[in-house]
Design a protein around this ligand. Sequence first.
Ligand SMILES: Cc1ncc(COP(=O)(O)O)c(C=O)c1O
Length: 319
Amino acid sequence: MRAAMADAPVGDDVYGDDPTVNRLQRVVAERFGFETSLFFPSGTQSNLAALMAHCGRGDEYIVGQDAHTYKYEQGGAAVLASIQPQPLEHEPHGGIAVERIAAAIKPDDLHFARTRLLALENTMGGRVLPISYLHDVTNFAHAHGLCTHLDGARVFNAIVKLDLDPRTAVAGFDSVSVCLSKGLGAPAGSVLLGSHEVIAAARRWRKALGGGMRQAGILAAAGLYALEHNVERLTEDHANAAFLAEGLRDLGLQVEPPQTNILYVDIPVRHVQALTEHLLQRGIRASITPRTRLVTHLDVSRAEIDAALEAFREYPDWS
Ligand SMILES: Cc1ncc(COP(=O)(O)O)c(C=O)c1O
């Protein structure tokens, strides 16, 4: 990946002149069956620019309570774009029930914000949203005049898990944000997919949000390398997550079985502090909480997972 970055031909991407960025945008758009796409430094910015492309000031987007765009991006849609979020409870599969969405769409009345967009996330906390659900919910949204956005930061985990054609995985969405960092291992970068119209609007917002980069081909080359070399191997991360879950379950801990590369383990509150310190003494820095999230990725080997499990096993007393 480093060699590909060093060798990348570059230009000024603010003017659309970087050949490697342009190649990445073509490759990703083609792979997912979209008209076009746009390279961003981060998933946060790509999601926000998409929301801004679909919604204006005083518009509303429907989103899950635990969705990244709502909960983990400092409320950027509200803070920076004057878009009101309408957060709703998730279903066990990670989506939002169609009936719940139906009840949340505001009538055309000057008391209300205008409901414009449905935003979903796949995978959602490591869960893969069922394709039949995505089909139904995006049809429903469009029939009710809403646009649809997918935060596909980990959409490749869903694709690999269900052995899907990428086009099938994102069918029904008007825009999709795909991350090249995280599981795919690029140092930075996300790609927003959409129509020419949506991407033209997102390109304007990207500049306003400070995401116009110049010789960005260096980063795009890392993304192209990641797409070529690091997608199929996501199955290893999934297998490692299952292995980790099994090891923790053997210790008597409550573990939510992972579908992909994310698992949740319940740590009794009385052990949170002591376990954090115990792991730290063994060189493992972990954000232990009562519901601890563990994520596997290409920089975590089976041997390192074994070492982490050994440290959990050495914890003196789980009673
Ligand atoms: C589901 C999801 N969406 C978006 C993001 C934001 O991506 P970034 O950290 O590149 O801004 C993350 C980051 O972890 C994420 O998990």
